[in-house]
Design a protein around this ligand. Structure first.
Ligand code: MOS
Length: 739
């Protein structure tokens, strides 16, 4: 494995705002998403879901459904085989297995799957399944004293210094309780699974962010070797985290296909998406922070409580951001989980930071006002120059530059500090800002690169592109590393038969995959050099990797373009059709490198306008200054930040999964009722990238998937405070909080 060569400083392809390489396929309908596939003889499935949140099934009558036209089978807990729970994954334990007994743990729990010749027949028959429930009182409220409370399940609570002494020494202390609601991921593409058995082998199309996890999970559950399973997800219609875990409906589709001996397709309905594929769990956070009169943070205490489903183990440490965001000597963060009769949560768009940052950055703003300091100045003053928990220098951290450049672009200096002091006609104008970070998350990844006799390259890994631009940026990266035009490089993904890739999630895929592609491409160049090592005809004879440069389809001695030859010539002379090499990346380790592996940082500046009589709130400007390390493609990275910002506006002003407290029913499980921002809610947004390639990895990216969302809700809340003098402590911010 090679590590030495770096990406050329004379950037050609990397960073360029290349159009998405998959765009023509998408706009012409040639990109096939999981629910676009069909097979001859394919049957269709529909789910029956519980309409109660807790209790048991007293009786279930499937006779009418069984007798309905086209029905092939109805599977319930009475005739389902016993299935093991899925395996432990890198993201934690799998969700509980479906249809294993008569217990109901949440509203929307799958209680039957019906398979019929057509989708309409399956849905109709599903409506004929009669279920008699015996309800018990459901635990649905985070404050319910009867609920089980889990303490620090993943050992992520933190403590440093002496928090009590810190508060005693502080001149100014503020504290508050912040709440965030359940949110639902809602990718546009309804999640779909197609399962096709062929003897003991299985092919699955699935709306997953992680094909290898689906393969490993199904292998464990159905007790077949992983080599007998192929999971395909070349295009996925969005994810937002909903496709990270392998959910019970995937298991049910595979099971149904085995039962009926035919290929089976299941497409979730939009209401089913609200109970079947995770959600951001709600949180209650108490935060207290104190500073000296001069403006130095002295103590932070952040307690988070969030919710989790019965028998599930998903977890988000919402308070952890308070341990790593500022230089502060005395900090305690603690997280608790309350077990309720709710659908399984899961990661959703900046899990943990999305909620925790709202409390932290609102409290920081409140403290700055209490001190009479500019909140920008206060943040700059308390910048963490080294990692506050590890005491190590950052591998990169341009947060201060984010603040300065963002403030300049936004015109922060125009702000008058007094709340309510800026007006435009009837509108109160508010400026708010928030700092943001999203931690580094890296796991091992593999890729394979090939160059063919015709001079084209083919690079692949079993990753996914959930709309974020993976195809495009990996094409650019491979093109740069192999010295080829992007039109000569094809990057393929979304197939578990390809080399191992981790999930598209945690803002970690571009880093893990990029470094694997880097390793594969440089290894491939070395393979070419190995071929010509003793070749008396080659100007590259005995050249080492460090001696050469690649460009225009050729390898040549660095500084001497004439001393080289093309991939094509080398392959032809050696009678080879292609040459391939594998590469892998491993996560950089802080202890080995003597530096704290940094994630992305950012500063969000927001202008709001509020009509104080009507309670109208408009977000009118957003500037995001982002340190994402190396930016592989300015255009797709900007889109990521814009998309994250829109998600942040949704979190701040609209999104709220409403649970009926009597029944546990999700009361707004449609796109008509679950509010998300529309174009009229979204202003023009400025995105600027600052900082340098991160030192910890060869490619130096830090991930821009989630930092776009983090901080937006707090910046909006802080702008509302500046406009009105009212502190927003509960999301979403609604009219009643403004009147
Ligand atoms: Mo992201 S919530 O890790 O898909």
């Amino acid at each position: 494995m090679t590590t030495s060569p770096t990406i050329s400083p004379t950037i050609a392809v990397i960073g360029a705002g290349l159009d998405r390489v998959d765009a023509p396929l998408k706009v012409t309908g040639k990109a096939h998403y999981p629910n676009d596939f069909g097979y001859a003889g394919m049957a269709h499935a529909a789910l029956v879901r519980s309409i109660i949140a807790a209790g048991r099934i007293r009786a279930i009558d499937t006779s009418q459904a069984q007798a309905a036209p086209g029905v092939l089978t109805v599977i319930t807990h009475l005739n389902a085989p016993r299935l093991d729970r899925g395996p432990m994954t890198l993201l934690g334990p799998s969700p509980p297995a479906p249809l294993q007994d008569d217990r109901i743990l949440h509203y929307g729990q799958h209680v039957a799957i019906v398979v019929a010749t057509t989708a309409e027949q399956a849905r109709h028959a599903a409506s004929l399944v009669r279920v008699e429930y015996e309800s018990t009182e459901a635990l649905l409220d985070v404050d319910d004293p009867r609920a089980e409370v889990l303490t620090d399940p993943w050992s992520l609570d933190s403590e440093r210094g002496d928090v009590a002494a810190g508060f005693a020494a502080a001149d100014v202390v503020v504290e508050g309780t912040y709440t965030t609601p359940d949110n639902t991921n809602n990718p546009l593409g309804l999640m779909a699974t197609i399962a096709a058995w062929n003897g003991d082998s299985l092919t699955v199309h699935d709306s997953t962010q992680w094909p290898h996890n689906v393969r490993a999970s199904l292998a464990a559950i159905f007790k077949i070797p992983e080599s007998g399973i192929r999971v395909l997800a070349p295009y996925v219609g969005g994810g937002f985290g909903a496709g990270l875990r392998m959910w019970p409906h995937v298991i049910l589709t595979v099971l149904a296909a085995r039962e009926v001996g035919r290929t089976v397709k299941l497409v979730l309905t939009r209401p089913e998406m609200f109970t079947s594929v995770g959600h951001r769990p709600n949180s209650v956070q108490h935060i207290k922070i104190g500073a000296s009169r001069a403006g130095d943070l002295i103590a932070i205490e952040h307690h988070g409580t969030s919710t989790v489903a019965m028998e599930d183990d998903d977890y988000e440490p919402v308070s952890l951001c308070s341990a790593v965001s500022y230089a502060c000597p005395n900090v305690r963060t603690r997280d608790r989980q309350v077990r309720l009769n709710i659908p399984c949560p899961g990661s959703m768009r900046a899990p943990a930071e999305g909620q925790g940052n709202f409390a932290l950055e609102s409290a920081i703003d409140e403290l700055a006002h209490a001190l009479g300091m500019d909140p920008l100045e206060f943040r700059l003053r308390n910048y963490a120059g080294e990692h506050p928990l590890f005491g190590l220098p950052w591998s990169s951290n341009a947060l201060q530059e984010c603040y300065r450049r963002g403030a300049e672009r936004f015109g922060w200096s125009q702000r008058t500090p007094e709340p309510g002091s800026m007006r435009d006609g009837r509108w109160l104008v508010g400026y708010g800002l928030a700092g943001a970070s999203y931690p580094s998350y890296q796991v091992p990844c593999q890729a394979r690169a090939s160059v063919h006799r015709d001079g084209s390259a083919f690079v692949r890994s079993a990753a996914t592109d959930i709309g974020t631009g993976t195809y495009t940026v990996m094409t650019q990266l491979a093109a740069e590393l192999l010295g080829l035009d992007t039109s000569r490089v094809r990057f393929d993904l979304g197939d578990s038969d390809m080399p191992y890739s981790p999930q598209a999630g945690g803002s970690g895929l571009t880093g893990a995959l990029g470094n694997a592609v880097h390793a594969a491409c440089w290894r491939l160049v070395r393979e070419f050099l190995d071929l010509v090592r003793d070749d008396m005809d080659s100007p590259l004879r005995e050249a080492k990797l460090d001696d050469v440069t690649v460009s225009e389809g050729r390898i040549h001695r660095t500084g001497a373009p004439e001393l080289g030859e093309s991939y094509t010539d080398i392959l032809a002379r050696h009678g080879l059709e292609e040459l391939s090499a594998d590469g892998r990346s491993t996560p950089p380790r802080s202890e080995e490198l003597g530096m704290a592996i940094a994630g992305a940082f950012g500063a969000k500046f927001v202008e709001v306008r509020i009509d104080p009589d009507l309670g109208l709130l408009r977000v009118t400007r957003v500037v995001s200054a982002i340190d994402g390390g190396r930016i592989l493609n300015e255009k797709t990275a900007t889109s990521q930040i814009i998309g994250g910002t829109v998600g942040g506006i949704g979190q701040a002003l609209f999104e709220d999964t409403a649970t009926d407290q009597g029944t546990g029913r999700i009361a707004n499980a449609t796109f008509g009722d679950y509010l998300v921002p529309v174009n009229a809610d979204v202003p023009d947004m400025d995105v600027i990238f600052v900082g340098e390639p991160d030192r910890a990895t060869p490619v130096g990216t830090k991930g821009v998937g989630e930092v776009g969302l983090v901080g937006v809700a707090a910046a909006i809340g802080n702008a509302v405070y500046h406009a009105t003098g009212r502190r927003m402590r509960s999301l979403p911010i609604t009219i009643d909080q403004l009147l």
